[in-house]
Design a protein around this ligand. Structure first.
Ligand SMILES: [Zn+2]
Length: 256
């Protein structure tokens, strides 16, 4: 289901209703039906990155090997990002951190630490504003460029992986990402670690969904995630899952 296929289906439905109106004199109120269906799919498709509605997003890999990727959004965080890095080191795991540009100031050493520990850095916009999806193409480009510049000034690499805030995509976001040559990264295992307060439930939710090629979404913003991560890493180890970088799981380039 993409925006294009939804749009084509909508237009065909309108043509059918107009034909029926012309030949069989049905009521034009029938037009409300395809309009509602179209609006529903546009909202649903925009809110779910896995549908590739406006643009292709990498959400998992097709593989039989027991390899998975773990990702952390919304850092860098002074308190929790270093804890995540230590845990990953303990389990010899490589992860990807999608950073919010405005949080880099004051946390520069953490950004350098992520990179020097062998993890990957991706773009999670500069502001991560709740209203970010109302931005035009140049607004999204600014968001991406500001974060990219801050990271480049610290590690000397141009980041090329982009995770849209809240997993929401829009036509303007897709255009900006394409123009700046970003690969859009989603997930197929959402931990819900920012919404659910019950650690056991989060652990169960994640571990039950772990399959070869999975991409797991966490947030390095709370103590709860540290506990959940520890349990997830332990589960992965016990069950023979190797935690690899995004680039090696998906065979893509994380930097320019
Ligand atoms: Zn986020």
């Amino acid at each position: 289901m993409t925006f294009k296929s939804t749009g084509i289906t909508f237009i065909i439905s309108l043509c059918i209703i107009f034909s029926l109106y012309y030949f069989l004199e049905i009521s034009l109120w029938w037009l409300i039906l395809p309009l509602l269906v179209f609006m529903f799919f546009v909202i649903y498709g925009s809110a779910n990155i896995q549908f590739n509605f406006y643009t292709k997003a990498f959400c998992s890999a097709i593989t039989k090997e027991k390899q998975i990727a773990v990702t952390f959004d919304d850092g860098p965080n002074k308190e929790y990002t270093p804890k995540v890095i230590s845990l990953l080191e303990e389990y010899n795991a490589k992860a990807t951190f999608f950073l919010i540009g405005r949080k880099i100031e004051g946390n520069e050493a953490i950004v350098i630490q992520i990179d020097s520990a062998g993890h990957t850095i991706g773009n999670h916009t500069f502001s991560h504003s709740f209203f970010i999806d109302f931005k035009n193409v140049s607004g999204f480009k600014d968001e991406l460029n500001k974060t990219s510049d801050s990271v480049f000034n610290l590690i000397g690499k141009r980041i090329k992986l982009f995770r849209p805030p809240y997993g929401v995509t829009t036509p303007n976001l897709a255009k900006a990402a394409k123009a700046l040559k970003y690969q859009i990264i989603g997930w197929n295992v959402r931990s819900m670690d920012t919404r659910n307060d019950n650690e056991e439930k989060i652990i169960l939710r994640v571990t039950q969904q772990l399959k070869p090629g999975a991409v797991v979404l966490f947030h390095d913003t709370s103590e709860k995630t540290i506990h959940v991560l520890k349990q997830t890493l332990e589960f992965a180890k016990q069950n023979g899952f190797k935690i690899v970088s995004m680039q090696s799981l998906l065979n893509i380039q994380p930097y320019e």
